[in-house]
Design a protein around this ligand. Structure first.
Ligand code: GAR
Length: 210
């Protein structure tokens, strides 16, 4: 099984979805640790309750972004992950952070990238008047929410939606899309090439998690 470390900042519902998937005996990955940049992140207790090792490094306890990243990288190195999954980790990783794990870091973003990268994605989708929304799991590269796509799922935008109701609908599909994407990468069906493109070993063009 591939060793996976999950990085979180918040409630950790995607981390739990990954942990649930990893609990299946035939799933090709296992979670060996959860690292948060917030000591108060709700996901930390949820991970501990499942017997997963947890670590927290508050940005304010370090004098620079580089020192904070060095602490996270140190914890990561000790866990020897094959893959790193960002799951609501609300920090942009530097090139130095990404380099040792290039092509092995996944992120989930709650929009149909390349639409609406960055913050306030649901509000911007509503303002743009799009009729479908969704989520994207992609390989992490230096740009914010920019790396090549592994898997996406769509949901409708409903009349009367607010950013919160749309976020909740998108989150429900995140919870099956992220485990699907992790499986594809862990089993070697999808990988990132040295040119930063995605290579798919099957004829699946746009896998849907359902
Ligand atoms: C999820 O909706 C995730 O897609 C989003 O934060 C939420 C975390 O929820 N991530 C981003 O916006 C990253 N740019 P969770 O902690 O319950 O998984």
């Amino acid at each position: 099984k591939k060793r996976v470390v999950v990085l979180i900042s918040g409630s950790g519902s995607n981390m739990l979805a990954l942990a649930d998937a990893c609990a299946a005996p035939d799933f090709p990955a296992e979670i060996v640790g959860v690292i948060s940049d917030k000591k108060a992140a709700g996901g930390l207790a949820k991970a501990s309750a499942r017997g997963i090792a947890t670590f927290a490094f508050e940005r304010k306890d370090f004098s620079s972004k580089a020192e904070h990243e060095a602490a996270v990288l140190g914890a990561l190195a000790a866990l020897q992950p094959d893959l790193v999954c960002l799951a609501g980790y609300m920090r942009l990783l530097s090139a130095d952070f990404i380099r040792p794990y290039d092509g092995r870091i996944l992120n989930i973003h709650p929009s149909l990238l390349p639409l609406f990268p960055g913050l306030h994605t649901h509000q911007r989708a509503l303002e743009a008047g799009v009729r479908i929304a969704g989520c994207t799991v992609h390989f992490v590269t230096e740009g914010m929410d920019e790396g090549p796509c592994i898997a996406q799922s769509v949901v409708p935008v409903m009349p009367g939606d607010t950013a919160d109701t749309l976020a909740a609908r998108v989150l429900t599909v995140e919870h099956h899309t992220y485990p699907l994407a992790l499986r594809l990468v862990a089993e070697g069906t999808v990988r990132m090439t040295a040119q930063g493109r995605v290579e798919r070993m099957t004829s699946i063009v746009s896998p849907d998690a359902r």
